[in-house]
Design a protein around this ligand. Structure first.
Ligand code: COA
Length: 319
C-alpha cells in the first residue's frame, strides 16, 4: 500500500510573457526558443510572492481533497526562490490557512523538490507522525532571472502546485517506493546566490547555468532513477500509465521517453505554456492532468525530477 495523493491544486500569475516579448529583450527568436526548448509562454509574477502562490495552490488542493484545512497536520513547501529567508514559506501558508497543530517547514532541493517533499511527508505518515500532509512546490524564479542572459531567461517562469497526501491503511502497511540522489560535485552547473526580491539582486547573483551539462545529466540520470523506482515498486516500465516529469525542456523529456522506449503520449507536458518553474512543475502538471480527467483510480504513475545540486529522484504513485 502506498501514500496517496487525494487532492491537487495550482496557481499561475496572470501576466503572460511570450517568446516575442523575450526577443525584444535579448538576441533570440520565438522559433529558436520553441525548437530548442518547447516553450511558447511563461507566467511572471507581478504582485504575487512564493507564499501567496503557495497558499492559493494549497487552498485548491484542500478543496479538491474535500477535507477541511484543520485536518492538515504537516505542511512542506519546496522552494528555491522565496523573497524572504524567515519565516519559512510553510509557516506563511499555515498562517494564511488559519490552521494550528501542524508541523511546517521548507525544503530546498531545486527542481527535485516536490519529490523530496513527497518522500519527507510519506516518511512522516509511515512513522505515524502525520496523517494528512500538504506538499507544495512554489517558485518565483523571476526573482533571480537575468533578463539580459539569453541562455537562461527564456526558460524560467513562476507558479505553484500543491498536493494533499494521505494513507488509506495502517502506517505499518505502507511502502514508499521513492529514490533521491545528490551529487554536489557537479553543483557549479546551476547556481544562484539567492535573490532577495526583484530590485535587490546584484548582477552576479542571478541564475548561472551550464545548459549542456544539465541536459546531458538529465537525459542520463532520469531514466536510471525511473528504473530504480520501478524496481522498488515491483513494476515494469510498460505497466506505467504516465511519467510525470520535471518540465525543463521538451527535448529532455523526448530523449527520456526514447531511452525508456515508451510512447511520448505517456509523458504529458505543460512546458509549452509555463516554462520551467522548478519544484512547482510536477505538482502543477499533476493538477492539470487531474482537472482534465486524465487520472483514473488505480492508474500507475512515476513522478521524477532533476535539477540544481545536482539532485534527482522519483517515486511511484497509484492514483
Ligand atoms: N536564442 C538564440 N540562440 C541562443 C540562445 C537563445 N536563447 N541561447 C543560446 N543560443 C545560441 C548559443 O550562443 C549557441 O550559439 P553558437 O553555436 O554560435 O555558440 C547556440 O545557440 C547553441 O547553444 P547551446 O547552448 O548549444 O544550445 P542548446 O541546444 O544546448 O540549448 C538550452 C540551450 C539552455 C535550451 C539547453 O541546453 C537546455 O535546456 N539545457 C537544460 C537546462 C535546464 O534544464 N536547466 C534547468 C535545470 S532544472
Amino acid at each position: 500500500m502506498y501514500v496517496k495523493i487525494v487532492g491537487t491544486g495550482s496557481f499561475l500569475p496572470e501576466r503572460v510573457v511570450d517568446n516575442f516579448e523575450i526577443a525584444r529583450m535579448v538576441d533570440t527568436s520565438d522559433e529558436w526558443i520553441q525548437t530548442r526548448t518547447g516553450i511558447k509562454t511563461r507566467h511572471i509574477a507581478t504582485k504575487e510572492t512564493v507564499a501567496s502562490m503557495a497558499t492559493e495552490a494549497a487552498r485548491k488542493a484542500v478543496a479538491d481533497a474535500g477535507i477541511s484545512p484543520e485536518e492538515i497536520d504537516l505542511i512542506i513547501v519546496s522552494t528555491v526562490s522565496a523573497e524572504q529567508s524567515l519565516p519559512c514559506v510553510a509557516c506563511e501558508v499555515q498562517k494564511a490557512l488559519g490552521i494550528s497543530q501542524v508541523t511546517a517547514f521548507d525544503v530546498n532541493s531545486a527542481c527535485s523538490g516536490f519529490i523530496t517533499g513527497y518522500q519527507m511527508a510519506a516518511g512522516q505518515i509511515k512513522a505515524g507522525l502525520a496523517k494528512t500532509a500538504l506538499v507544495i512546490g512554489s517558485e518565483c524564479l523571476s526573482n533571480g532571472v537575468d533578463w539580459t542572459d539569453r541562455g537562461t531567461c527564456i526558460l524560467f517562469g513562476d507558479g505553484a502546485g500543491a498536493a494533499v497526501l494521505r494513507a488509506d491503511c495502517a502506517p505499518e502497511e505502507l511502502c514508499i517506493p521513492c529514490v533521491l540522489h545528490a551529487d554536489g560535485s557537479q553543483g557549479e552547473a546551476l547556481t544562484c546566490s539567492l535573490g532577495h526580491g526583484k530590485d535587490k539582486v546584484p548582477y552576479d547573483e542571478y541564475y548561472r547555468m551550464d545548459g549542456k551539462a544539465i541536459f546531458k545529466f538529465a537525459t542520463r540520470k532520469v531514466p536510471e532513477v525511473i528504473r530504480e523506482v520501478l524496481e522498488l515498486s515491483g513494476h515494469t516500465v510498460e505497466e506505467i500509465d504516465y511519467f510525470v516529469l520535471h518540465q525543463a525542456n521538451k527535448r529532455i523529456i523526448d530523449a527520456i521517453a526514447k531511452r525508456l522506449r515508451q510512447d511520448e503520449s505517456k509523458f504529458p507536458m505543460n512546458i509549452m505554456d509555463n516554462g520551467n518553474i522548478s519544484s512547482a512543475c510536477i505538482p502543477m502538471l499533476l493538477d492539470d492532468m487531474n482537472r482534465k480527467g486524465m487520472l483514473k483510480p488505480g492508474m500507475k504513475l512515476v513522478l521524477a525530477g532533476f535539477g540544481a545540486g545536482l539532485t534527482w529522484g522519483g517515486f511511484y504513485l497509484e492514483w
